[in-house]
Design a protein around this ligand. Sequence first.
Ligand code: F6P
Length: 359
Amino acid sequence: MKKKKIAIFTSGGDCAGLNAVVRAAVLRADSFGWEVVGLLNGTAGLLEKKPQYKILKPEQFNGNIMRMGGTILGTTNSRDPFAYKMDNGAIVDRSDELIKAFKDLEIDSIIGIGGDGSFAILNKLVNQGGLNFVAIPKTIDNDVFMTDFSVGYDTAVSVATEALDRLQPTAASHDRVMILEVMGRDAGHIALNAGIAGGADVILIPEIKYSIEKIAQKIKEVKADGRNFALIIVSEAVKTPEGKKHEVVYHGGETRYGGIGDYLGVKIAKATGSETRVTVLGHVQRGAGPSYNDRLLASAFGVRAVDLIKEGKFGRMVAWQNENVVDVAIEDAIAKCHTVDIDGMLVHTARALGISFGE
Ligand code: F6P
């Protein structure tokens, strides 16, 4: 009898824990006697002249792969098959070509590890091609709907918390206000969680409107209480009080958030008279080795995704809800963004600790 063959790939921005997901899926698939094909660079590898993939064997995961950041499969967040940018700059719909490539590989089912952006594209693709697809959520932003946690988020929060721990002594030594700008494209989870864990005085997230005056008032209160420094954490997606986004346009025209920390640094220094410095944490949040929580989540998600294939349940995303792995319809997961609940327990906790949201 022909061996069942499944494909796995990582898509969108990398994060910690991706290799641990791949490992779990390979080990579980092997226990059923299935072959696993790792697609390289998201789905983009299949659109190369010679399709890019490698067969993944359990023994390849004996060493340190689970502990490693990044993804051994490579990834991309700019190769939408429906609007694929060719080398000559032309934008081409290559979705049919990609579906054919999947079929040529004689793959039974596909596991995609991605964020909401990737899932929206992949869902359209698999519906068009009639492919069997299961999704695993990963993103440092933790903005995938219907799952409490996505792979990579816990590690990113640890890195951001550690950054505040390192900023505190230097802030105290120099009597400074330190601003830490962290990632989070559509949601303030990293800033909120690391802000509480790392003892920030002010947390700025896109979900809560702030004013420079209120931030300045908090800094002055901190000083009046006899403390000579203050820590502020701001999510990259926070806008100016007038509603302007701070963005950077990279070579090639790709736009990403960036610059709100510097903007605030100037305003806060002026409003408070305090010496102010800004640290932008950036991709450091993505590159770390996975925390134990991310390894557990990755392992549970990888196993459950393969089990879903075994059960013949497709068009599903594995999710973490109430300390358990469940599965939800991909359509439901991509319908909304998981933003910070401003009436939730963590915002309440922060306020109760005297942390200001600049309101
Ligand atoms: O979505 C993950 C993320 O790290 C965001 O937090 C950030 O805005 C973006 O990706 C950065 O993208 P890139 O790696 O393309 O610079």
